[in-house]
Design a protein around this ligand. Structure first.
Ligand SMILES: Cc1cc2nc3c(=O)[nH]c(=O)nc-3n(C[C@H](O)[C@H](O)[C@H](O)COP(=O)(O)OP(=O)(O)OC[C@H]3O[C@@H](n4cnc5c(N)ncnc54)[C@H](O)[C@@H]3O)c2cc1C
Length: 371
């Protein structure tokens, strides 16, 4: 006798969000997460949690950008509803560059123009505006690009707030407990696979996995002498960085993007690159204290967009491929996933593309593989 409507396999960012939405709609949910309640081994634990669809449009797919814009107001609403406080800032973000990298800035602006028909999503700031809005950067950069719609969250507060709402809704949460599809199938009518990189083995197509891990390294610093009011990105030909100021003078500095599935500690080279780029933004960062360095793998599909798959025979829905945009797009991805799962549970036809925010919703093929 199955006790649950849905078993959620993997409770990082997407698993927690989707379990919460399902429970909110009256489903009886059980969740297994290999890592601890604080999210420790999830990619989400390392993330800077920038909500940056304008800047990301330079490299991300149009779908991801669209999901990013649609997700921002949803985050605002959700964060305001959490009983546990979560830092969410919507002060825009600032892109700066050193004079010798002017050509990069020109290229970046051209990409922005190509990606956005609406030119109000960025503004050029000169010395005066930079001094006015970010006084500690006064005189350090002649020009910048201000992206007013962007924001950021505190990633770890978000993970904990979600664990709290899951408890409130009586989701049966099993932290620090790996599971698999067979155990979930024995417990629940449907399984929702949100294992991120941990689900790699389930994305085989023609003998190869379509899911890969992309290494990202970050530093967490305490810098009491620095005050920034929004995330700052520095364009650089070899080591572009972002500086995401959180609460209590905590700064997340990131991130490398390396085509490697090695998730061992930060390398000396990456540490040197991140820190030297940081020091050029303000020398007071030289006195910051390094609290933590981390490396995690971003779960990435071959087309670098998210995807939802369903297997009606085994009653499994799988969602993955949030890559470097998990925080930015997870509200819309989790809403679409719940819509798919609910129609399958009710044996109705799948929701239309618009109801799924145009995310690919695909059946697994007759070999049980994702095409
Ligand atoms: C360095 C870095 C910086 C980033 N910065 C940003 C950013 O600024 N903005 C942004 O939007 N995104 C950012 N991201 C991306 C974001 O973190 C990911 O896209 C997001 O975390 C993916 O969510 P997920 O739930 O699919 O996977 P995860 O968050 O990795 O969660 C997967 C969970 O599944 C669990 N699991 C795995 N196998 C099993 C099993 N067998 N049984 C039970 N549980 C299992 C794991 O314990 C884990 O908790 C960044 C990522 C990294 C690494």
């Amino acid at each position: 006798m199955k006790q649950y409507d849905v078993a959620v396999l993997g409770g990082g960012l997407l698993g927690r969000l989707t379990a919460w939405l399902l429970a909110d709609q009256g489903c009886k949910v059980i969740l297994f997460n290999a890592g601890k309640r604080n999210g420790e081994d999830a990619a989400a634990f390392a993330a800077a949690a920038m909500l940056a669809p304008t800047a990301e449009a330079v490299e991300a797919t149009p779908l991801v950008v669209q999901l990013g814009y649609a997700s921002l107001p949803i985050w605002r609403q959700w964060v305001d509803s959490f009983p546990t406080p979560v830092f969410m800032q919507q002060n825009g973000s600032l892109i700066v560059w050193h004079p010798q990298d002017h050509a990069l800035a020109k290229q970046f602006s051209q990409h922005l123009q190509r990606a956005h028909q609406d030119s109000s999503v960025w503004q050029v700031w000169h010395n005066q505006e930079i001094s006015e809005h970010e006084p500690q950067l006064a005189g350090r950069f002649q020009q910048g690009l201000f992206l007013p719609t962007e924001g950021q969250l505190d990633n770890r507060q978000t993970l904990l707030a979600l664990a709290d709402v899951l408890d409130r809704q009586q989701v049966s949460c099993h932290w620090g407990r790996s599971s698999d599809l067979a155990e979930c199938a024995a417990l629940a009518h449907w399984t929702l696979d949100c294992r991120g990189y941990g689900g790699k083995g389930n994305w085989n197509s023609h003998g190869q996995s379509r899911l890969r891990g992309v290494r990202g390294e970050v530093l967490r610093l305490y810098a009491p002498d620095i005050e920034l009011h929004r995330p700052v990105r520095v364009l650089h030909p070899r080591y572009p960085i972002y500086i995401a100021p959180k609460q209590d003078k905590l700064f997340v500095i990131g991130a490398t993007q390396i085509e490697s599935e090695d998730d061992s500690n930060l390398s000396v080279r990456s540490g040197l690159e991140l820190m030297s780029a940081l020091y050029t933004v303000h020398p007071a960062f030289g006195e910051a204290r390094i609290l933590e360095s981390m490396a995690e793998l971003r779960p990435t599909l071959n087309h670098e967009s998210p995807e939802i798959r369903y297997d009606t025979q085994n009653r499994v829905v799988t969602v993955n491929g949030l890559f470097r945009h998990g925080f930015m797009i997870s509200p819309t991805v989790s809403i679409a996933t719940v819509r798919v799962l609910q129609t399958l549970m009710q044996q109705q036809s799948l929701p239309d593309a618009q109801a799924c925010y145009h995310i690919d919703v695909l059946p697994v093929n007759q070999n049980g593989e994702a095409d």
